[in-house]
Design a protein around this ligand. Sequence first.
Ligand SMILES: [Zn+2]
Ligand SMILES: [Zn+2]
Length: 251
Amino acid sequence: MRLTILGSGTNVHPARAASGYLVRTDHTILLDFGPRTLANLLKTGVNRHRITHILFSHYHADHFSDFITYFFDAMIFTKYQGGKRPPLTVIGPRGTKRLFRALFATLPGFTHAPFAVHFKEVADRAFAIGKTTVIPRTVTHTQNLHCLGYRIEYGGKALAYSGDSQYCDSLVRLCGDVDLAVLDCSFPASRPNPVHLHAGQCGQVAREAGVGRLVLSHLYPITDRYNVREQAGEAFAGKIVVGRDLMAIKL
Ligand SMILES: [Zn+2]
Ligand SMILES: [Zn+2]
C-alpha cells in the first residue's frame, strides 16, 4: 500500500493544499479532495482517470471542493475527448447522497457523464473495494455533523486517517495497532481548539492506539510557528512525521 499526501494543510494556507490523500492498493483511491489537491494529484504523475473511489470524511469545504473541478474534467475527457474511465464511486457520511444529488442536478452537464457514478453512504461498518478492506468509523468533530475516519487494510498493512476529529475513544479504536496513522493536527498543544486535535492529543491517540508511525497533517498556518513534532513526541515515543504535500510513504 502506498500513501501520497496531496494536501497537508487546510482551506487557506500559503504553502499547503487542503486535505487530500492518494492511496494505492489494488485500487486507486482518494481520501478527501480539498482545494488545491487536484493540482498536486497531477504532479504525482498518477493517471487521474484511474481513480475509482473517493472517500469523504465530511463536507467542510477544505475536504471537498476539488471534486467539482475533477468531475467536470472527467466529464469532458470522456464525452468530448474520446477518453475512457472506470465507474466512479463516491463514498461518505450521512448526507452524501443528498449533497451529490443536489450538486449533480444543479451543475451544468453533471448528470450526462458517459460513465457510471455511484453515491454510497456509510457508517460504522467495514466494506470491501476489491482486495482492500475499508473500515469507516464515526468520529466527533463539530456538533450535529456526521464525520468519518477511515481505516484501510491491504496486503497485511493498515492505515488510519482521522478526517477532522476531536480526541474521542472512537478515533483511538480506529487507529488500533495500525502501521501508519494520519491525524488532524490543526493546532499546537499550547493553542488548542475544541473541534480539532492538537499536536499533544495526536501523540496521545498514537500512544493509546499503539500506532506504528504517526503523520501530523491538516496543519493550520499557526502550527508553523511551533514544534508540533516535539509536542506530539511528549506523549508518543514512536516515529513522528510532519506531513507535507507530495510526501509519499510506502507501507
Ligand atoms: Zn472539518
Ligand atoms: Zn478540515
